[in-house]
Design a protein around this ligand. Structure first.
Ligand SMILES: C[S@@+](CC[C@H](N)C(=O)[O-])C[C@H]1O[C@@H](n2cnc3c(N)ncnc32)[C@H](O)[C@@H]1O
Length: 403
């Protein structure tokens, strides 16, 4: 089942409503990624035990209007291939490529299901917001697995079931009324959304996600001809059906019972006694508001070691703070020197309270020194890692060598 460009309902939808809303230039984006530490941090999220590189072969699958151009701008030494079924989206991307002289970017109007026809393999595959629109997501993911290099990493985002309950309801409402994604229809829909009761499950999403930022985004969220959403166990089933294994969540703290409010409740211990997938599933149910699952997947036969803070290893890990980690000093409980948090988290309870000794350790992290050179114990580093405040270099190579 292939989404023949131009024929499939989803393909036609994205021809008329390219997503995300096209951007004029990537100047601010390129500036934000100019710092080597940001690219290194991203490398450590994907391949903590492999030496730093930023010249990978990257596939942006279902690249939309700008994502492939962003990756090409972010990694000038990489070879980036973008594929999409929407000619309008590819045309926006081409505009960005010529404006910014992105000679490292190649674009194809091609369905994910047919990606093997490129005859190439990729170290890094990015597929966000796409698979859940395919007629058969497992077929698409299996095709991506076939072009993933042996120690490659796949950045995947699919819609999450429970947090999208309000969206599913309004989608159903639109289907009942036969609302079509035309300009007048969107205007009427916007007027209707404004009058929804305060307690409606979609209300909190209307102001907090970019999905409702403009007409095309609204159409993408509510009038898409085909989509499905996944619970945590269903995500794991999808990976297994496609020959892939879970590596990590893009941001892991929301899925961990040892982070946030639940960690201080009696249920934390009971959740911790479950299998890992059950723990993640329990946290999805507890949080109730996750609208997407973003994760890194690897090939089943990839045996590259993952991060571990065991007694033998923690000393040699080289920690690096992530760009969005901050230390806040306002309105702290007694005995606390700082509230450490990742500004990219949307759950307000994901705070790590630090004593003054821990604050000093956090401040001493420079991407150069190993944990064993900064502190006496590994426990605090592991908590920083759980809370998405640091990534770690487990390659044995020092920060300076690996840049
Ligand atoms: C919601 S947009 C996401 C764009 C981009 N990944 C991002 O996150 O900005 C979904 C994109 O997937 C594309 N798409 C849908 N089905 C596809 C398929 N079978 N093969 C390739 N692209 C597809 C659409 O044309 C659209 O551009």
């Amino acid at each position: 089942m292939t989404a023949t460009p131009g024929e499939d309902a989803v393909s036609q939808f994205y021809e008329a409503h390219p997503y995300p809303p096209p951007v004029r230039d990537l100047d601010a984006y390129a500036r934000a990624w100019a710092a080597g530490s940001r690219r290194r941090s991203e490398h450590l999220r994907l391949w903590p035990s492999l030496p730093f590189r930023d010249d990978h072969a990257i596939l942006v699958a279902g690249c939309g209007t700008s994502q492939a151009a962003k990756y090409a701008a972010r990694y000038p030494s990489a070879r980036v291939v973008g594929i999409d079924v929407s000619a309008a989206s590819l045309s926006s991307t081409r505009g960005l490529a010529s404006r910014h002289g992105l000679n490292n970017l190649e674009l194809h109007r091609l369905a994910i299901e047919d990606v093997e026809s490129l005859g190439q393999s990729f170290d890094h595959i990015v597929c966000t917001g796409v698979l859940h629109h395919l007629a058969d997501p497992a077929t698409g993911l299996t095709a991506l697995r076939a072009v993933l290099a042996p120690s490659g990493a796949l950045d995947l985002m699919v819609y999450a079931r429970y947090g999208r309950t309000g969206i599913t309801m309004i989608q159903e409402y639109c289907r009942l009324l036969g609302v079509q994604p035309g300009t007048d229809e969107i205007g009427d829909l916007v007027a209707t959304l404004r009058e929804l009761p305060l307690g409606h499950p979609i209300r909190h999403l209307l102001h907090t996600t970019r999905d409702f930022a403009d007409d095309d985004a609204l159409a993408d969220a509510l009038l898409n001809p085909r989509e499905q959403s996944y619970t945590v166990p269903e995500v794991f089933d999808l990976l297994a059906a496609s020959g892939l294994r879970f590596d990590r969540w893009a941001r892991q703290a929301p899925y961990l019972p040892q982070c946030g409010a639940i960690s201080n409740l009696p249920h934390a211990l009971r959740i911790a006694s479950l299998t890992l997938v059950e723990q993640f599933a329990a946290m999805e149910l507890f949080r109730g508001t996750m609208t997407r699952h973003s994760l890194v997947a690897k090939r089943l036969d990839d045996v590259t070691p993952t991060v571990s803070f065991t007694a033998q290893q923690w000393r040699t890990l080289v920690p690096q703070r992530v760009a969005t980690a901050v230390a806040v000093e306002d309105r702290l409980p007694p005995g606390v020197a700082a509230a450490l948090l990742n500004r990219a988290h949307t759950d307000p309870d994901l705070i790590l309270f630090a004593t003054s000794a821990e604050r000093a350790v956090f401040d001493a992290i420079d991407g150069e020194r190993a944990c064993g050179e900064i502190a006496e114990g590994g426990g605090f580093f592991e908590r920083l890692w759980w809370h998405d405040l640091i990534v770690v270099d487990a390659s044995g190579a020092r920060g300076a060598q690996s840049r």
